[in-house]
Design a protein around this ligand. Structure first.
Ligand SMILES: [Fe+2]
Ligand SMILES: [Fe+2]
Length: 222
């Protein structure tokens, strides 16, 4: 059961630490800390400094964080499949390489379930959102819809009674998504298939996230 607002307020006053949080270290010598209490107080000149510093700060950091997230999952136990979700990603990407697919698609395969645990029921939207600025609209749609397109491969699943993907029959990326699930997802839970190690994929992940964003995030516009 969740706590109501007054209980949370009481808990906060009991557990509030008397000391202020320490200033974080800066990412590079000479980088400037903008000490304003609200974002509304930050001036145009300061925003320019922040944006310039962020570009340097972020360089390579997103890709490293993504690879780290995969690596952390390498120790996860299985919930039931004969391979872990970490190995499932490696297996999907390995199969894509063996089929001669391009690097963007290989990384899409590698990361398609990266949100499997932390985003659970919406993990397709999670990977689609993560990769969206750097991949084609087709690959983004594949990621977003791959859960739903898995249904035809789960005919014995007690909760799958309707082929939901039929609602999207005729969509320009229907075939690509059906192909992804058939060739690189539903069959990539086989412990007998050897996989390429994460280290081999790491430079590919870095190259993808180093691309200039194809699309900026525009809430509500698409
Ligand atoms: Fe998935
Ligand atoms: Fe998957």
């Amino acid at each position: 059961m969740t706590m109501d607002g007054s209980s949370l307020t009481a808990m906060t006053s009991e557990t509030m630490r008397p000391e202020l949080p320490p200033r974080p270290p800066m990412f590079a010598p000479g980088a400037v800390m903008i000490e304003k209490p609200t974002m509304a107080d930050i001036t145009a000149a300061e925003w320019r400094v922040l944006e310039a510093q962020r570009a340097v700060h972020d360089c390579g950091r997103q890709a490293k964080a993504v690879v780290d997230l995969m690596r952390v999952a390498s120790a996860d136990p299985s919930f039931g499949y004969a391979i872990s979700m970490y190995a499932h990603g490696l297996q999907a990407a390995t199969l894509a390489i063996q089929d001669g697919r391009d690097e963007e698609f290989v990384v899409v395969c590698l990361l398609h379930d990266i949100g499997f645990t932390i985003a659970g029921p919406s993990h397709g939207e999670f990977s689609a959102s993560l990769l969206r600025p750097y991949i084609s609209e087709r690959n983004r749609w594949v990621l977003e819809m791959h859960q739903l397109f898995g249904f035809p491969h789960m005919s014995e699943h007690p909760e799958v009674t309707v082929d939901e993907r039929e609602r999207f029959r005729g969509h320009p990326h229907f075939a690509a998504t059906a192909d992804f699930v058939a060739r690189y997802d539903q069959n990539a839970v086989d412990p007998r298939i050897p996989v390429i190690g994460l280290e081999a994929f790491e430079p590919m992940v870095h190259r993808l996230f180093a691309k200039a964003p194809l699309r900026r995030f525009q809430p509500g516009l698409d």
